[in-house]
Design a protein around this ligand. Structure first.
Ligand SMILES: Nc1ncnc2c1ncn2[C@@H]1O[C@H](COP(=O)(O)OP(=O)(O)OP(=O)(O)O)[C@@H](O)[C@H]1O
Ligand SMILES: [Mg+2]
Length: 289
């Protein structure tokens, strides 16, 4: 994508990549070329297998190349670099890094960290099998612990307002998962339409509150009966809450938030429908894009 400028990306030229020195990196790019690409919102790694991406995110070396100055929290464009076990060569990828230290305190999310909530959201996305969220890990970085998420290049020709009104299967799945996660911030700008037609979502930190807070632009399917596939996935998620998924959530959320998430899955299955907006609280995030 080329609207990184619109996001207000500001580069750091005093970091580890201030020259054009060749670096053993993805696609034979020099360090300076990779930094420029990352700042423009391009993925320098090309297409990475998910497992490779997750390993790189967890184990690679993170270096900051710029900051999204318009973002409300401290959100950085970074490169993560490390050895690829397949080829033995060094690979690099563009990522977003949000250090916990840069998180603004939020009165309605007083517990834990947004980074942990983003990691918990990724765990849900993976457990669902729907791949709604790009690979996301919790790890140490240049400014301390935070979340690191693979940057995905979006199809800029997609009109987000049109997309939101379309009957897009990926968006519907996202709406179901957002209801489970109680996402309070599913705005248009957090939708990432991929060139292959899939849609993923970023900025999933405002999820998992105990109180109902669903705020989203994805109301198109409100009140519609769950499909068989959605039921099956919800039933599986509910089961996994008592197993591996539940274990993953323990260090990321409060016990009350974990319990409330299980209860939301039960309520969705019992209702058999996607939720409708609650008249007593805001249904749409502000600003919506
Ligand atoms: N993994 C990603 N891949 C591609 N684009 C991303 C990714 N993460 C974030 N972005 C882009 O960067 C923008 C800002 O990121 P994000 O919303 O996560 O930060 P923020 O600190 O919450 O900022 P804001 O207050 O503007 O929402 C997103 O709206 C999206 O356009
Ligand atoms: Mg955001």
């Amino acid at each position: 994508m080329t609207d990184a400028g619109a996001h207000g990306a500001s580069g750091t030229r005093d970091g580890p990549g201030d020259g054009g020195s060749p670096d053993p990196a993805a696609a034979g790019l020099t360090r300076a070329e990779m930094e420029a690409a990352a700042l423009e919102g391009r993925q320098v790694a090309g297409r990475l297998e998910k497992a490779t991406a997750v390993r790189l995110l967890n184990e690679g070396e993170v270096s900051v190349v710029g900051r999204l100055v318009t973002a409300s929290n401290s959100t950085f464009f970074c490169l993560v670099q490390g050895p690829d076990p397949e080829s033995g060569r060094s690979v690099a990828a563009s990522v977003v890094y949000k250090p916990v230290r840069g998180e603004r305190p939020l009165y309605d999310f007083p517990d834990g960290t947004l980074a942990c909530r983003e990691a918990a959201a990724y765990a849900f996305s993976e457990a669902s099998g729907w791949e709604i969220i790009p690979p996301t890990v919790l790890r140490d970085g240049p400014f301390g612990e935070g979340m690191v998420q693979l940057w995905v290049e979006v199809d800029e020709s997609v009109d987000l307002a049109e997309l939101i009104q379309s009957d897009n299967a990926a968006l519907r799945r996202m709406a179901v998962l957002d209801a489970v996660m109680n996402n309070a911030d599913r705005k248009g700008g957090h939708l990432l339409p991929l060139p292959d037609g899939r849609v993923q979502g970023c900025d999933n930190g405002l999820c998992f509150a105990v109180e109902p807070k669903l705020r989203t632009v994805l109301w198109r399917w409100r009140g519609q009966p769950l499909t068989d596939e959605e039921r099956t996935v919800l039933e599986r998620l509910h089961e996994e809450m008592a197993g591996r998924l539940g274990d993953e959530l323990v260090p990321l959320l409060t016990p009350a938030e974990v319990r409330a998430t299980s209860r939301r899955i039960e309520a969705l299955l019992e209702a058999g429908r996607l939720p409708r907006p609650d008249r007593n609280r805001p249904a749409i995030p502000w600003p919506p894009y």
